[in-house]
Design a protein around this ligand. Structure first.
Ligand SMILES: C[S@@+](CC[C@H](N)C(=O)[O-])C[C@H]1O[C@@H](n2cnc3c(N)ncnc32)[C@H](O)[C@@H]1O
Length: 183
C-alpha cells in the first residue's frame, strides 16, 4: 500500500524533479563528477547499473565517461525522463522500469562492475526487510570484486541542525523541510 503511494508521487514528481537536485549536480557531467572519488575503481568500459536513476543525470554523466550504462527505476515517468535526457545528450543508455526486487528478472547474476543506488533512494524500501531484499538484489548483479555505491541522508541530523534545503530554479525559491524517518 505504501509502495503504491510512493510510486504515484514519484511519477508526479518526475516532471519537476530538478527542483530536488542541488545546484552543483544539475548537469550530467557535474552529477558524475560528484562521484569522482569512486569512479576510478571501475575498469575501462565498465558495465554500470544505476538502479534508482530518477531523471537520469548520473546515468547520462557516466555514459559520457565511456561507461556502458543501464538505468532502472520503479517509476515509469522517471525512466521516461532518463531516456529523454539520454537522447538529448546522444548517450547510449538502456533504460528499464524495474523496482529493486525485480532486477534479477532482467539481468543475470554478476553482470555489473558497479551498481549505483544514490540520492537517498534506498530509504524508500519498506522497513529493514525491504532494504535487505533490495540490497540482496543489487549484490547479486555485481561481479566479484565489483562496487556498490550507495548514498543516503540522515534526515534526523539535518532536522536537528534546524536546516532545510533551499533551491532556486529560474529565479523561484523552493524550501524542502525533511520529515523524520525511522530506519
Ligand atoms: C530521491 S530519488 C533519487 C533519484 C536519483 N538517484 C538522484 O539522485 O537524483 C529516489 C528514486 O528512487 C526511486 N525508487 C523508489 N522506490 C524504488 C524501488 N522500490 N525500486 C527502485 N527505485 C525506487 C524513485 O522512483 C526515485 O526515482
Amino acid at each position: 500500500m505504501t509502495e503504491v503511494t510512493l510510486l504515484t508521487s514519484y511519477d508526479s514528481l518526475a516532471e519537476v524533479y530538478e527542483w530536488l537536485i542541488s545546484d552543483a549536480k544539475l548537469t550530467p557531467a557535474e552529477f558524475a563528477a560528484s562521484f569522482e572519488d569512486v569512479l576510478g575503481l571501475a575498469p575501462p568500459n565498465a558495465q554500470v547499473l544505476d538502479c534508482s536513476c530518477g531523471t537520469g543525470q548520473l546515468a547520462v554523466g557516466l555514459a559520457g565517461r565511456g561507461m556502458q550504462v543501464v538505468a532502472t527505476d520503479a517509476s515509469a515517468a522517471m525512466v521516461r525522463r532518463t531516456a529523454e535526457l539520454s537522447e538529448e545528450h546522444e548517450a547510449s543508455i538502456r533504460t528499464v522500469r524495474a523496482d529493486w526486487q525485480e532486477l534479477p528478472d532482467h539481468f543475470g547474476d554478476a553482470t555489473f562492475d558497479m551498481v549505483f543506488c544514490v540520492g537517498n533512494s534506498l530509504h524508500h524500501a519498506e522497513g529493514a526487510g525491504g532494504r535487505v531484499a533490495a540490497l540482496a538484489s543489487m549484490s547479486r548483479l555485481l561481479r566479484r570484486g565489483g562496487h556498490l555505491v550507495l548514498t543516503s541522508r540522515t534526515w534526523e541530523l539535518v532536522r536537528a541542525r534546524g536546516s532545510a534545503s533551499d533551491y532556486v530554479r529560474n529565479g523561484a525559491r523552493f524550501s524542502l523541510t525533511p520529515r523524520t524517518t525511522r530506519w
